[in-house]
Write a protein that binds this ligand. Structure first.
Ligand SMILES: Cc1cc2nc3c(=O)[nH]c(=O)nc-3n(C[C@H](O)[C@H](O)[C@H](O)COP(=O)(O)OP(=O)(O)OC[C@H]3O[C@@H](n4cnc5c(N)ncnc54)[C@H](O)[C@@H]3O)c2cc1C
Length: 454
């Protein structure tokens, strides 16, 4: 049965905003679930808090800790079909499937996310141009609503709830378990090319050429160079290695490092970011480097530093990820990068990628065809918030969108323009569910808001 616990307050990865929940309730068993309708405060599932902003937070409400729903249910090794509870992490799944010749259909930049979180944010990975989002590979899941009803949802059964829950930000109910397709691999290694590019136009050229032949593409970008080139960086592309001989090669376990303290805020500024960019850009001596590497440093380089959010200091940081359609991308990048340079705010981790045109299955899914850029800004108060508001305006004018999983501040007006299906989606929000994010981006006073006010 559900029990109240003096658990730590849930936090998001960016450590901004810091909010208090009235109650943190862990759930242990699928068979013994609480009567959510009897809770007087609005509820939100919470797994590993790898969302950056406030979409996984529920200030003043109940945070339902679903990370203990952690059991595997079935694995069809012939078909590569896995069914597990929603709190199982992608890291745990990889441990089981990789030695058996299977891989995740889609993986984000960290393996420490749950299956429920992967569905609720309809996450994307380096293979978006080939595989679409995580939701594209989900065959079915079971959803618990606050009135105790349980629905097994699939593209054919309760399909509206299926499409609302994928990318549904945890607001349609609790995903108890899910089933999804895996991808066959020959061995755990990746053939990788790193290619230096010196302008946005060159990035586009390499991207178009690589998306045809490479399953995974992503770039690190230095956006502080200014001038007509707009940015420079290292383009990374990879395919699963096909050698049977490597199948049994032992992979060394890497122990994660930990940052022992929060960095002081002055450690991060345009000068330190410029110095870092210069070093990183030139660390690769030739224009193109080819390597065969184990899958984990390729997919999860950041997982090697356990709590890297500390780099941004005590006040936390904001991640900003947007997508703009290709036809507006160059102009939007010119304006956005110019605005960032003038602000004096620096982003260490800047990731550039082209999304493909595979339709995302969720009503509120973020990925759509176009150029996507993800940036990190240390939280510097009003000036950071003002900068991001200005970036929103450019994204809006360019017909793009900002990613809710990484947001902590977008206005209701911006959200509703970025996600025009939000009203249709709102019909499927469970009346006892809400989040800090949802209350901010919807003007409508829902039953959940009334509960919070109460
Ligand atoms: C280093 C790093 C790299 C990342 N890279 C990427 C990337 O490449 N692509 C990308 O798309 N995202 C990326 N992310 C974001 C991350 O993948 C998502 O935010 C993911 O949803 C986090 O999952 P979680 O299990 O931590 O869930 P949480 O952050 O705890 O929750 C996320 C959402 O899922 C809901 N939820 C969780 N469990 C359930 C459940 N059982 N039932 C219903 N709702 C549930 C929550 O209510 C919340 O709305 C990255 C994050 C980090 C920290």
């Amino acid at each position: 049965m559900l029990s109240s616990a003096k658990t730590k307050q849930p936090q998001s990865w960016g450590r901004y905003p810091k909010v208090q929940h009235c109650q943190v309730l862990p759930v242990y068993w699928r068979s013994d679930l609480p009567d959510l309708s009897s809770l007087e405060l609005p509820v939100l599932p919470y797994a590993y808090g790898r969302s950056y902003g406030d979409s996984c937070l529920n200030e003043g409400g109940v945070s339902l800790d679903v990370s203990r729903l952690r059991r595997f249910i079935s694995f069809d090794e012939e078909k590569g079909l896995l069914r597990c509870e929603a709190g199982v992490s992608l890291a745990e799944i990889l441990e089981v499937i990789v030695p058996r010749g299977w891989f995740l259909p889609v993986s984000p930049g960290t393996r420490f996310v749950s299956v429920g979180g992967a569905i609720a944010n309809d996450i994307h990975g380096k293979n978006h141009h080939r595989a679409g989002t995580f939701g594209c590979h989900v065959t079915c899941f079971e959803l618990l609503r606050s009135n105790g009803e349980r629905f097994v949802c699939s593209p054919n059964e309760h399909s509206e709830l299926f499409h609302a829950t994928i990318g549904g930000l945890g607001l349609t109910g609790v995903i108890l378990w899910a089933e999804f397709h895996l991808k066959p691999i020959v061995n755990p290694y990746i053939d990788v090319d790193h290619i230096r590019f010196s302008s946005l136009d060159e990035f586009f050229e390499i991207s178009v050429e690589s998306d045809k032949d490479y399953e995974y593409t992503v770039s690190w970008a230095d956006i502080l160079i200014g001038g007509e080139n707009l940015c420079r960086g290292i383009f990374t592309r990879g395919n699963h290695n096909q050698s049977k001989a490597l199948a049994s090669k032992h992979q060394k376990k890497r122990l994660p490092l930990a940052l022992p303290f929060n960095f002081p805020i002055f450690a991060l500024n345009t000068l330190t970011v410029k110095a870092f960019n210069e070093l990183y850009y030139h660390a690769q001596l030739s224009k193109r480097v080819h390597k065969v590497v184990p899958y984990d440093p390729f997919f999860y380089p950041l997982d090697s530093i356990h709590n890297w959010y500390r780099m941004y200091g005590k006040r936390g940081f904001l991640q900003y990820q947007f997508v703009v359609p290709f036809e507006n991308a160059r102009e939007a990048m010119k304006e956005i990068l110019g605005r960032i340079r003038r602000s004096g705010e620096g982003s260490f981790l800047t990731v550039l990628k082209q999304f493909g045109n595979i339709q995302s299955p969720g009503m509120l899914s973020f990925p759509r065809p176009g150029l996507t850029l993800a940036l990190d800004f240390a939280y510097g108060g009003q000036k950071t918030l003002q900068l991001l508001d200005e970036l929103d305006k450019i994204v809006l004018q360019s017909c793009g969108a900002v990613y809710p999983a990484k947001d902590a501040r977008m206005s209701a007006e911006s959200f509703q323009a970025f996600f025009p299906k939000w009203k249709e989606f709102a019909q499927y929000v469970d009346p006892h569910f809400s989040s800090s994010f949802w209350r901010r981006v919807t003007a409508a006073r829902t039953q959940s808001q009334a509960l919070v006010a109460f």
